[in-house]
Design a protein around this ligand. Structure first.
Ligand code: MIG
Length: 686
């Protein structure tokens, strides 16, 4: 049951798709909103767990930290960060009372989850205009499903986006991209796409391609398609200020950019230098910006990633000038600690300064709304611009789209990646823990920069990270300019990398099936163990193992030089230790704590008892995947069934009933297959 409470004059966020009547009176569970302090307070009992808040640092259980929903470009996020790139204001309390809360509010809001007082949760928005939804349900799974039905169905990418993907900021020319592709193809390392970072554009101008570095782009896209490679260009939020550049000229002419208080176009600095921000909160401007993607669609492009859309500001022109004016005062000064830090913070404070959010405006329903009031909606609406354009231009085709920033609602138009992580062992775990929290928000197509974005990586780190990401829908190796190269062919153990990536392709039948079922039934693909083993006290504390779909429990290794790891099994399970698609060993393990060995070239995961795990075979691209046969690995002592979903992978015509093949394996091992597909199966029974 979902109740909606309304406070003040709400600015429509379009997060929610269901229209619910307003409930009046004190809020269920949370009680009275304190208008003066602008907060809700909830007393946490010792055993209460808190789940949710989407993209954020720290644990799956969010207790013990202060989180602030403020979409922020923070490339060096640490355990002490309060905000990351996206804002997701949904959380659940599970314990003495079990319920979900969605704070539908477009401005900055903080969630103090037992940080100030360890037994208190405080929700504090910057102003008192919001919709609050309280969801009551049987358990966390039920609450998530209700929340998801409230916010609408998740975005579904094309099937090729489940392949292995290679990216790096620094592929400057078509030749560089060709080299990456041929290294993979010649070494038979599977690959489905190569990303194009900002350097493909003419001086960082959206919807342009540099003709010198990427001559005859359309033909190049074709050439890559012939190799089963999809090129995925980046689109940035800022539009370069440059006379004669059509996107700039059109935006100015129609008033489609964000404005200063005096009605002139707001100037910020980002990649291209001075830019204007397209006012994607204004439907006309959004439509116009979305139409920009057509330039690339027309050249055969079928995937994009949206960047810098928090929006990230290197500086605002106004603030920059203020700093320049005051900086002169420091000339000849004897800087003590205080003066020195004042000086450095003036310069450091130029980027992503909160005060800059008060300098510009959006046009919403004909009214000028200051940016700070709607800050968290920008990335969502940039991606929505693209999504609405895809519906218009390619209604029957799935286009890959994921964004860096988001707010609830954006999950209907694209997925997200987790932004700029570091090549740190600790970030394998940090990113892994975010997966179930993102799934709760409907962000099913997500993943992180495998191998780490900033800092120099190492061969073993990339290898362990690939293993950790083996079930992640978005599996993209990406790194920053200036860091050590980390395409897998750069390393000595190339053959091991090849085998591990082949495993990914063999797992795609399961990954895709579970992903699609989660998307079409508003459920989660990655779940905390405690969502399944609800009565298991120990499971509530496990933060480095996840349930993946209905059959698998994953347990990645994320420490340097480890030759194995501790795992907790809430029930008897089948260990699968995999080196390649056809080289793995298995072991039935009883419930409890174990130390499981796994060399750097091996990954481990577990099959739940009385569940079926379908695996396919290796392929060098998704297009070449043989979907006519699967091997069913089963560990059972009773009759079991599995619904294997598959479809054409490219069209938007999905049908849960039609596209399911049901396999049933009886206790004595006989297997029956029902459904419209001709599926050849072999059974490997334990
Ligand atoms: O300020 O386009 O998160 O993935 O490679 C850096 C260059 C801008 C940030 C993205 C990253 C991308 C990089 N971008």
């Amino acid at each position: 049951m979902i109740k909606r409470y309304k406070y003040g004059a709400v600015i429509q966020t379009d997060a929610v798709v269901l229209e619910l009547d307003e409930t009046v009176g004190a809020v269920a569970f949370l009680g009275q909103y304190d208008e003066t302090a602008q907060e809700f307070r909830y007393r946490l009992d010792a055993e209460d767990l808190v789940y949710g808040l989407g993209e954020n640092v720290r644990g799956i259980n969010k207790r013990g930290w202060l989180y602030e929903s403020r979409c922020l470009d923070d490339p060096h996020h640490l355990e002490t960060s309060n905000s990351l790139y996206a804002s997701h204001n949904f959380f659940m309390i599970s314990g003495t009372e079990t319920f979900g809360v969605f704070m539908d509010y477009p401005g900055i809001v903080s969630f103090d989850v037992g940080y100030t007082n360890r037994n208190e949760l405080v929700i504090h928005p910057e102003d008192s205009n919001f919709d609050l939804y309280i969801i009551e349900g049987k358990n966390t799974t039920d609450i998530v499903m209700q929340f998801r039905s409230l916010i609408g169905r998740s975005y579904i990418p094309p099937k090729w986006a489940f392949g292995y993907q290679q990216s790096r900021w620094g592929y400057m020319t078509a030749e560089d991209v060709r080299e990456v592709v041929s290294q993979h193809r010649e070494n038979h390392i599977p690959l489905d796409s190569v990303y194009m970072d900002i350097d493909y554009m003419e001086r960082y101008k959206d919807f342009t391609v540099d003709e010198e570095r990427f001559p005859d782009f359309k033909a190049f896209v074709e050439e890559m398609k012939a190799e089963h490679i999809h090129l995925v260009p980046i689109i940035d939020a800022g539009v370069k200020v440059e006379a004669g550049y059509p996107v700039y000229e059109e935006g100015v002419e129609h008033g489609y950019f964000c404005k200063n208080a005096d009605g002139t176009d707001f100037v910020a600095g980002v990649w291209p230098g001075r830019v204007h921000f397209p006012d994607v909160l204004n439907p006309d401007a959004r439509k116009w910006f979305g139409h920009g993607y057509k330039f690339l669609l027309d050249q055969g492009i079928d995937g994009f990633w949206n960047d810098m859309n928090e929006p990230s500001l290197f500086y605002s022109e106004e603030h920059f000038n203020e700093v320049l004016d005051s900086i002169g005062e420091f000339k000849g000064k004897n800087l003590d600690l205080e003066a020195f830090s004042t000086f450095t913070s003036m310069v450091d404070g130029l980027a992503n300064n909160r005060d800059d959010y008060k300098r510009f405006y959006h046009k919403i329903n004909g009214e000028m709304v200051r940016h700070d009031r709607v800050h968290n909606l920008f990335g969502y609406n940039m991606t929505r611009a693209a999504g609405e354009a895809f519906e218009e231009f390619e209604p029957d085709k799935r286009i890959l789209m994921f964004s860096r920033s988001s707010y609830t609602g954006m999950h209907r138009y694209g997925g997200i990646w987790m932004g700029d992580n570091m090549s740190w062992w600790g970030h394998i775990l940090m990113n892994y823990k975010m997966l179930p929290s993102l799934n709760m928000m409907g962000l099913l197509y997500s993943g992180c920069d495998v191998g780490g974005f900033s800092g120099n990586t190492t061969e073993d780190l990339v290898m362990r990270w690939i293993e950790a990401a083996i079930f992640t829908p978005l599996m993209r190796n990406h790194s920053s300019m200036g860091t050590r190269d980390q395409e897998v062919y750069r390393f000595e153990q190339l053959d091991t990398f090849k085998k591990l990536i082949e495993c990914r392709y063999a797992l795609v039948p399961y990954i895709y099936s579970e992903f699609m079922k989660a998307a079409l039934t508003d459920t989660m693909y990655f779940q905390p163990m405690s969502f399944i083993y609800t009565e298991d006290e120990q499971a509530k504390e496990v933060e480095d193992q996840l349930m993946v779909g209905e059959s698998i429990m994953s347990a990645p290794i994320y420490t340097q030089n480890a030759t194995g790891r501790y795992v907790y099994l809430p029930e008897e399970m089948l260990l699968i230790r995999m080196r390649s698609c056809d080289d793995y060993d298995t072991e039935i393990m009883e419930a409890g704590h174990h130390y499981v060995k796994a060399g750097t070239d091996e990954m481990i995961f577990f099959l739940r008892k009385n569940h079926i795990f379908p695996i396919g075979s290796k392929a060098e691209s998704i297009a070449e995947l043989d979907d006519s046969k699967v091997k069913l690995i089963t560990f059972q002592d009773q009759d079991v069934t599995y619904d294997l979903y598959d479809d054409d992978g490219y069209s938007t015509d999905y049908d849960l009933e039609r596209d399911i093949t049901t396999v049933k394996i009886s206790k004595n091992g006989t297997c029956t297959v029902t459904g419209s597909r001709n599926l050849e199966v072999t059974v490997e029974m334990y």
